[in-house]
Design a binder for this molecule. Structure first.
Ligand code: UD1
Ligand code: CA
Length: 443
């Protein structure tokens, strides 16, 4: 099946009004990735060569995500059948065509593969995915004939009370040959409750013309569609659950898996321990043996082997922690590399910096990287010791083995092996405290 070439039509022209958002529905995030990209990932994994996206004229922001697609614009949302018709110019007669939905994000590669295999075995002319949800709600219902084929689909709004009792529901996803699809689409009408051109009507028409439709039963969670913020929250919970299970199976230890959050591209190696309430935004890679302590917020970073991060660390995009580093509580790192064996144990901001190996950064160290207009770089060599409460005003370079005295504000580079101090010399006034109190005493 590997080289089987097929066309995919992804429907996304619906207005998604139930999301109550100015963002097009399919661009809402699931695991930090827009819904529609989950469908694209399926097509990528399935090696689909011909991809067609159907959008409304106003959805330029959606089309921009997919320069490699054919774009079909549905001028008015007159129904799912009308939407597929908009894609016709890009449908090849001899190729199989699968119809997918931009707001149905969990369809698995294996499921698509199973549909293809049924089709290839000539089991039927049309293969569709059905489901038996706990609450069938307003899904279209499948009317099955005596031989077990689908005779037609009745939309909920057009269904009789008896038909509404049918538990077999239409997921909307189907596979058929391009020429047959085009032929059937010509024959659908909008004489129904919603005055729409229903794609689902092609099944009844096919039956009348002697073609067979077979339903493959899928899991409700896999075929769920996102129509409202509630659905999106449910989809996110499912997504997080899948990630947790995947990482547990891979040998990641969680003290409380339900409180750890992941993005679509989070990578965690084996032998990693994650404490409660850890958040991974996009682009996080956690390497073998690392320990992420509670309440850490990670985005766009690499946590090196055997590194300890947190508790309460914020690691921002562009940060690389090399092997055996320590990043402690209330530390914010951004766009910085922390060299092997280096430590930033507490209360620091390190941004746009490169630290060598075995550097020790004292509490309260700030890289002053921004002058209000531009960001500047801080470079720190190997074995450098930075005393507590130090301000490093960038651009600045501190050479290997240098030391910086606590409380310093540095504006100039420090040569290797040097000690930099920039603080006013201390003066002690004998009995000064006593005198001060005497002066201010009220009684
Ligand atoms: C559709 C099916 C229903 C099935 C359900 C599964 C039809 C007529 N009904 O109903 O049998 O149980 O999906 O979720 O197909 N779209 C367009 N242009 C349009 C209308 C819709 O592109 O003019 C797109 C939407 O963006 C969406 C998809 O098609 O991605 C489905 O449309 P929607 O209105 O949600 O269909 P349902 O009423 O849910
Ligand atoms: Ca829907």
């Amino acid at each position: 099946m590997k080289n089987h070439s097929f066309t995919a039509i992804v429907l996304a022209a619906g207005q998604g009004t139930r999301m109550k958002s100015s963002t097009p529905k399919v661009l809402h995030l699931l695991g930090h990735l827009p819904l529609i990209h989950h469908v694209d990932c399926l097509l990528e994994a399935s090696n689909c060569q011909n991809r067609i996206l159907v959008t409304a004229p106003s959805m330029e922001s959606v089309r921009e995500h997919f320069p490699q697609y054919h774009h079909a614009i549905q001028e008015n949302p007159l129904g799912t059948g009308h939407a597929v018709r908009a894609a016709e110019p890009f449908i090849k007669d001899n190729e199989d065509v699968v119809i997918l939905y931009g707001d149905v994000p969990f369809v698995a590669k294996d499921t698509l593969q199973a549909m293809m295999e049924e089709k290839a075995s000539n089991a039927a002319d049309i293969i569709l995915l059905s489901m038996m949800p706990e609450d069938p709600g307003a899904y279209g219902r499948l009317i099955i004939d005596d031989e077990g084929f689908v005779e037609r689909i009745v939309e909920y709004k057009d269904a009789t009370e008896e038909e509404k009792e049918i538990p077999f529901c239409n997921s909307g996803i189907l596979l058929t040959k391009g020429s047959l699809l085009k032929n059937l689409l010509k024959k659908i009408s909008n004489k129904n409750a919603k005055k729409e051109y229903y794609l689902t009507d092609i099944i009844g028409i096919a039956t009348q013309e002697g073609f067979k439709t077979l339903a493959l039963d899928g899991a409700e969670e896999e075929l769920m569609g996102v129509n409202s913020p509630e659905d999106l929250a449910l989809a996110e919970a499912l997504f997080q659950g899948y990630c947790r299970q995947k990482f547990l199976d891979q040998g990641v230890r969680f003290l409380d898996p339900d409180t750890t959050y992941f993005a679509y591209d989070t990578e965690i190696a084996e032998d990693v321990t994650i404490e409660p309430n850890v958040f991974c935004g996009p682009g996080v890679q956690i390497k073998k043996g690392a320990h992420v302590r509670a309440f850490s917020y990670l985005e766009g970073c690499t946590i090196g082997e055997n590194t300890v991060v947190g508790p309460f660390a914020r690691i921002r995009p562009g940060t690389v922690l090399e092997k055996n580093t320590r990043v402690g509580n209330f530390v914010e790192l951004k766009n910085s590399t922390i060299g092997e064996g280096s430590k930033v144990p507490h209360l620091s901001y390190v941004g746009d910096a490169t630290l060598g190996r075995k550097v020790n950064v004292g509490a309260g160290t700030i890289t002053c990287n921004y002058d209000g207009y531009q960001k500047h770089k801080t470079t720190i060599g190997d074995n450098v010791f930075i005393g507590s409460n130090t301000s490093l005003i960038a651009p600045i370079t501190i050479g290997d083995n240098a030391m910086v005295g606590a409380g310093s504000t540095l504006t100039q580079d420090v040569a290797k092996d040097s000690l930099a101090l920039s603080r006013k010399e201390q003066s002690n006034i004998e009995n000064g405290a006593q005198k001060f109190r005497a002066k201010h005493r009220k009684d």
